[in-house]
Design a protein around this ligand. Structure first.
Ligand code: AMP
Ligand code: MG
Length: 342
């Protein structure tokens, strides 16, 4: 398949937006920029189109997709009920990097939810994403536009690297702002539960709707045989080819460890300003006290490690508060939970 590369001059570039929407309307799959990461979008109401997403990504058949809308009232036909808490969250955080899980309506095909009775819904704030949803005239099912298991794509080049020849088109909207996937919260549990941390923090959710519990799978590998609340949480995820080791502790201990254990096939993943302490390959991911800047860079730098044919990455451990929770969660999975105290 020849993958069309589309670059809108702006979100008002109607000709390019319409071209992407036409492909979606005729049952194709198109990678689109969002404020979180690039998404691989298809008509959420068309099972044949949605199946193509799973095939292109090599996505496990039991990992459900998020459905994207462009206006709040588009949620009503997709779910059985819109509770007060969903309205409060939407008023505060939509459009934006928050996904809400609610009981699904019959119109949502089983292939989208992998047979579950709930559906994940989000309203992205990226102007191009929003314009493409509107021009398509249907909700769009869209997981991250990477090969399953690889770091999520935050540029059109990342998407090309993984999916060129496997999808109908890519819309280039430049670098994604947030850099990690949306926060996922379910309102289908007795107490609302955070399933995946992201750009909207646990603290912000609690300020808006009161009690929210954090799922244990955010920080811990699931024990054998335990069913995850969110199927996406059971997979090793976001991983470069390189083995990632998270080193937890002060900078001095990190420097010592790397100097003892590093070689010319390894790389250091540290914070800006710390480069001077290391020789060899040094990658930085944001500023130490600015988790949003870390989120913005993390996937990009994990991909860069592969480009440089690095075998082992020694990563500085981010702080776990605020958006740091999302950064730590992604890094833990990239490292398959390998953490060493230094
Ligand atoms: P991605 O589209 O790659 O960002 O992945 C979507 C995430 O949302 C995955 O972790 C899914 O497991 C999760 N998700 C989507 N739909 C549901 C659902 N109905 N219930 C629980 N988790 C869901
Ligand atoms: Mg994904």
């Amino acid at each position: 398949m020849n993958t069309l590369f589309l670059k809108p001059a702006s979100p008002d570039d109607k000709k390019t937006i319409d071209k992407a929407a036409d492909i979606i309307k005729s049952g194709g799959v198109v990678a689109i920029p969002t404020e979180t990461v690039y998404g691989l979008a298809a008509n959420a109401l068309c099972p044949e189109a949605v199946k193509k997403i799973f095939i292109a990504k090599g996505r496990p058949q039991d990992n459900p997709l998020i459905v994207h809308i462009s206006r709040f009232d588009e949620i009503y036909p997709l779910v059985k009920d819109v509770p007060e808490k969903a309205i409060k969250l939407a008023e505060k955080f939509w459009p934006g990097p928050l996904t809400v899980i609610l009981p699904k309506a019959d119109v949502i095909p089983d292939v989208v939810t992998c047979g579950q009775k709930t559906v994940a819904v989000r309203m992205p704030s990226h102007k191009i994403a929003s314009a493409i949803i509107r021009a398509s005239g249907v909700p769009l099912a869209a997981p991250s536009a990477n090969i399953s298991g690889r770091p999520s794509p935050t540029t059109a080049e990342h998407v090309l690297h993984d999916l060129d020849g496997k999808i109908d088109a890519i819309v280039d909207g430049g670098e994604c702002d947030v850099g990690v996937e949306s926060t996922v919260i379910t309102l289908c549990t007795p107490v609302p539960r955070l399933l995946r941390p992201g750009g909207i923090t646990l603290e912000q959710l609690r300020e808006t709707i009161g009690d929210v519990e954090a799922d244990r799978a955010i920080y811990d590998p699931l024990p054998e045989g335990v069913k995850p609340s969110s199927p996406g949480m059971k997979y090793k995820h976001y991983s470069p080819e390189a083995k990632v080791v998270i080193l937890k502790g002060a900078l001095e201990g990190f420097i010592d460890y790397v100097n003892k254990n590093g070689d010319d096939t390894s790389a250091v993943l540290c914070f800006e300003g710390e480069e001077k302490y290391f020789s060899g390959t040094v990658l930085t991911y944001g500023k130490k006290d600015d988790p949003s800047s870390q989120a913005h860079e993390i996937f990009n730098k994990l991909r860069l490690a592969d480009e440089k044919k690095i075998k082992k990455v020694f990563a500085r451990c981010p702080s776990e508060s605020g958006v740091g929770m999302a950064v730590y969660n992604r890094l833990l999975r990239a490292a398959a939970f390998t953490v060493e105290e230094v």
